[in-house]
Design a protein around this ligand. Structure first.
Ligand code: DAH
Length: 338
C-alpha cells in the first residue's frame, strides 16, 4: 500500500475530497487499519506502528501536494480572465407581430372613440355563454368547446369555471359595470379545445368591439368596420357583409375584405374568390342587453370580434400560424422595423 501512495491522483477539488474521505476520514481505509492495530501481537506492534504512521503521513502529504496543484491550476485560469474586456453586446428583442397588430387595431379604433377594456381569462359559464344568450344545450356551445377548471385538485366534478373561449365575455363584464354610452375594445387571449391534431393551437388572440348607446344602427357598424378595414389594409380595401349566426347578436354577419394579396382578382390565398373573411359582427341581441341590466327599449348596440392571428396573417402574409408561437428569432426579427 505504501508504494501506491505516489500513484494517488485527482483532477479536481471534488475528486480530491473523495480520495481524502476514502483513505483518511473516520471511516476511511487507513483509519480502519489504525483501528485494527490493537489486535496486532505485541512483538509486531513497533514495526507495524511505524509503517502505519508512515502510510498516513505519506498519504496526507500526497493529498496536500495534489491540493496545491489544483489550486494553482484554478488560479492560472482566473488570471487568464480579462475582466476589462467589453462584454458581448446583448441582442435586444423585437415586438412580437401579434402585439404590433393588436396595438395597431387598438390605435385605429381609439381614433373613433374606443377605449380598451380587459376581462379575466379564467371565466365562468355565465359570462362566457349564459349572459350572451347561449342556451344551456345549444349547439353553438360545441363550436366553442373550451377547458374547464377543476375546483378541487384531482376532483373532476362538473364545473362552471373555464378558460374563456372568446373575448365576448368582456362585453358582459363591461355592460354590467358601466352605464351607456359604452364604446370599448377588448383585446386578449382566448382558448378552444381543438382536438384536430396534436399540433393544433389551443389558444389564440381576439379583439372584441362593443358600442352601446341610444339609436345605434347597423349602418354605424358598417361605417366603423369600413373605416377600420381601410386604415388597416389600405384605402382601396372594400368590405362585404354576409348574413350569419351568433347567439349574442341579431342580426349577425360575417365580414369579408377584398383580398389584399391579389387586390380582389382571385388568388390561392382567397381561394379564387377575391374575398377573405376577417370578423364576425352584428347588433347586440336585446336579450344580452337585458341580461346585463341595460334597457333594450332605450339602448341598442353593435359588436364585432376578430382574430389577431388572422389579421396579422393577412397584413404580413404569414403562411403558417405556428410561427407565432415558436419563438424563432429568424421569424420575429423580420418585424424589427414595423
Ligand atoms: N365571439 C365570436 C367568436 O369567437 C366572434 C364574434 C362574432 C364577436 C360576432 C362579436 C360578434 O362581438 O358580434 O367566434
Amino acid at each position: 500500500m505504501l508504494s501506491q501512495v505516489s500513484q494517488i491522483n485527482a483532477g479536481s477539488a471534488e475528486e480530491l475530497e473523495a480520495l481524502r474521505i476514502k483513505y483518511l476520514s473516520k471511516k476511511g481505509e487507513i483509519t480502519a487499519l489504525f483501528n485494527e492495530f490493537r489486535n496486532v501481537p505485541n512483538e509486531q506492534k513497533r514495526e507495524l506502528g511505524q509503517l502505519l504512521n508512515q502510510l498516513r503521513q505519506e498519504t496526507e502529504g500526497r493529498i496536500s501536494e495534489l491540493r496545491e496543484q489544483i489550486n494553482d491550476k484554478c488560479q492560472m485560469s482566473a488570471e487568464k480572465l480579462d475582466l476589462t474586456r467589453t462584454p458581448d453586446p446583448i441582442d435586444l428583442g423585437t415586438r412580437h407581430p401579434l402585439s404590433l397588430v393588436r396595438e395597431e387595431i387598438e390605435e385605429i379604433f381609439s381614433r373613433i372613440g374606443f377605449t380598451v377594456a380587459q376581462g379575466p381569462e379564467v371565466e365562468d359559464d355565465k359570462h362566457v355563454y349564459g349572459m350572451l344568450n347561449f342556451a344551456p344545450e345549444h349547439p353553438a356551445r360545441d363550436m366553442q368547446d373550451t377547458f374547464f377548471v377543476e375546483k378541487e385538485i384531482g376532483v373532476q366534478k362538473p364545473t362552471d369555471i373555464l378558460l374563456r373561449s372568446h373575448t365576448s365575455s368582456v362585453q358582459t363584464r363591461v355592460m354590467t359595470s358601466r352605464k351607456p354610452p359604452i364604446r370599448v375594445l377588448c383585446p386578449g387571449r382566448v382558448y378552444r379545445n381543438e382536438a384536430i391534431s396534436a399540433r393544433a393551437h389551443c389558444f389564440f388572440h381576439q379583439v372584441e368591439g362593443l358600442y352601446v348607446d341610444k339609436n345605434v344602427s347597423f349602418a354605424d357598424l358598417r361605417e366603423a368596420l369600413l373605416y377600420f378595414s381601410k386604415e388597416m389594409f389600405g384605402p382601396e380595401t372594400k368590405i362585404r357583409l354576409r348574413p350569419s349566426y351568433f347567439p349574442f347578436t341579431e342580426p349577425s354577419a360575417e365580414m369579408d375584405i377584398s383580398c389584399n394579396i391579389c387586390g380582389g382578382t382571385g388568388c390561392s390565398f382567397c381561394k379564387g374568390t377575391g374575398w377573405v373573411e376577417i370578423l364576425g359582427c352584428g347588433m347586440v341581441d336585446p336579450n344580452v342587453l337585458e341580461s346585463c341590466g341595460i334597457d333594450s327599449k332605450e339602448y341598442s348596440g353593435y359588436a364585432f370580434g376578430m382574430g389577431v392571428e388572422r389579421i396579422t396573417n393577412l397584413k404580413y402574409r404569414v403562411k403558417d400560424l405556428r410561427l407565432f408561437s415558436e419563438n424563432d428569432v429568424r421569424f420575429l426579427k423580420q418585424f424589427e422595423s414595423c
